[in-house]
Design a protein around this ligand. Structure first.
Ligand code: UD1
Ligand code: MG
Length: 473
């Protein structure tokens, strides 16, 4: 059981450096918002209360919070006067005492383990102020930790206020703090904005605590990558890549073969069984589930798809679809919402399928569009068949039975049905139902006009070739 009374998440900032209409806490990392990533780690601490300070894009942020952390309380910071001002508002709203954990909303890589170790050290050592710090290879942009001779923190200096010598310090403030609430309340009212950004810096409370004779302690985190903050798009990409590696490593430890982890993007929440092979260039997102023995990629996008055992999906884009056991998809196949491919079926090159079921063992092998259709088992849909589902106003359904042979270049004009065991002739426009066992022929009868080329294209190479072959006028 955690003994935290309160967690304050600071998320009111204007996200100026992101140059985006959206708050930075709503930008996505591995399919989840920056915020959702962080809250996942924070919620496992089981703090009694969670207050989120919102400001810029507040309606959007509150709406998002209501989905991912419905119990969180929000406090509105109208005037963005800094992390200190934001914390003052959150504290004014909470009357209790005990320990408070404060975090910036823009550090989504922090793990639950790191946070709970930080809390443990703080509580075990009975500290009244602790700062989680990190040694960064490039500390530019972060607040630097100034330690005294005895190792305790004297103050934190922001990059913009730092002297050249202070900028040489590699130990940075991660923006994660633990305070005794009474002590913090006592000093935070004395914050001043006489700094380079004219803001009330929360970081200044460390200096204020020091001047009361109390001490603040640094807890150095082992893995600096966890503490990286997102202030601009370059940092968003950097953090996303770290999250990608974390997720891929976990899948690889679970027995998934990821051929090129740097080029494979798998979102949180995707389930992949062991002995799945993923080739380079894949993006797998949403609630996708991939069963054992399936082979995905290269260059395949799966969003909310279920891929059953042994299925192969090559160079394809699939959304909200089910791909059956040992089915084959691709290359260059587009499966849209509601496509259900039964076991051992096939959707081949340049085939688009939408809201349709393709029965067991049925093949749609080449260059076809299948929309709003129900196709039975063991049927063959010839190359370049189009399910004409749209009459310009409404969509209609097509039904194709079992063991059907649809000839190449057939137009199936919906609503229409082709019975079990029926055929259609190549090049047909089928707008009437074809009964079981019949062949539907819907095309003009062919006429050969003998000698036409010899008469009408007298001096052409075609005429010469025809003559050589024995053709007569
Ligand atoms: C802050 C720290 C810096 C630390 C870094 C770690 C301060 C003054 N500096 O800098 O020492 O190294 O985080 O990532 O605290 N926010 C508000 N209201 C405001 C301003 C900011 O809620 O008025 C929120 C932001 O939405 C953000 C968080 O506070 O989530 C931190 O603000 P940000 O502007 O990112 O501070 P940094 O410059 O990164
Ligand atoms: Mg920041």
């Amino acid at each position: 059981m955690s003994e935290l009374s309160l967690v304050i998440l600071l998320a009111a900032g204007d996200s100026k450096r992101m140059k985006s209409k959206q708050s930075k806490v709503l930008h996505k990392i591995a399919g989840r918002s920056v915020f959702a990533n962080l809250l996942d780690s924070v919620e496992q601490l089981n703090a009694k209360n969670l207050t989120v300070v919102v400001g810029a894009n507040k309606d959007e942020v509150i709406e998002h919070l209501s989905k991912i952390a419905p119990k969180a309380k929000t406090v509105f910071q109208e005037k963005r006067d800094g992390t200190g001002g934001a914390t003052q508002l959150a504290l004014a709203d909470y009357k209790g005492d005990g320990t408070v954990l404060i975090l910036a909303g823009d550090t989504p890589l922090l793990t639950h383990q790191t946070l709970s170790e930080f809390v443990q050290v703080h509580q075990k050592e009975k500290q009244s102020a602790s700062v989680l710090t990190a040694m960064l290879p490039d500390p530019t942009g972060y607040g630097r930790v100034i330690r005294g001779d005895d190792g305790q923190i004297l103050k934190i200096v922001e990059e913009k206020d730092a002297t050249e010598i202070e900028k040489e310090i590699d130990e940075i403030n991660t923006g994660v703090y633990l305070f005794d609430l009474a002590l913090l309340r006592d000093v935070i009212k004395n914050l001043k904005s006489n700094n380079a950004q004219n803001e009330l810096y929360l970081t200044d409370v460390i200096g204020l605590i020091n001047s009361t004779g109390k001490k603040s302690y640094a807890v150095l985190s082992n893995d600096y990558t966890e503490t990286l903050g997102i202030n601009d798009r370059a940092q968003l990409a950097e953090v996303s890549a770290i999250m990608r590696d974390r997720i891929n490593n976990q899948h690889m430890l679970n027995g998934v073969a990821i051929v090129d982890p740097a080029n494979t993007w798998i979102d949180h929440g995707v389930e992949i069984e062991s002995d799945v092979v993923i080739y380079p260039g894949c993006a797998i997102s949403g609630k996708s589930v991939i069963k054992t023995g399936a082979v995905i990629g290269p260059r395949t996008t799966l969003e909310d798809c279920i891929v059953d055992e042994g299925a192969k999906v090559v160079e394809s884009n699939c959304t909200e679809s089910k791909i059956g056991k040992d089915a084959k998809v691709g290359p260059f196949t587009y499966l849209r919402k509601g496509s259900v491919l039964a076991n051992e079926s096939k959707a081949g090159a340049f085939v688009e399928i939408k809201n349709s079921t393709v029965g067991e063992g049925t093949k749609v092998a080449h260059l076809s569009y299948v929309g709003d259709a129900e196709i039975g088992k063991e049927s063959n849909i010839g190359a370049a068949t189009i399910f004409v589902n749209y009459d310009g106003e409404s969509k209609h359904k097509t039904k194709v039975g079992d063991h059907v042979r649809i000839g190449s270049d057939t137009m199936l004009v919906a609503p229409v049905s082709v019975g079990d065991g029926a055929y259609t002739a190549a090049g047909s426009v089928i707008n009437e139902d074809v009964p079981a066992g019949a062949i539907g022929i819907g095309r003009a009868r062919q006429v050969n006009i003998l000698g036409w080329v010899l008469k009408k294209r007298k001096d052409s190479k075609s005429a010469a070739a025809a003559k050589k072959a024995g053709a007569k006028e």
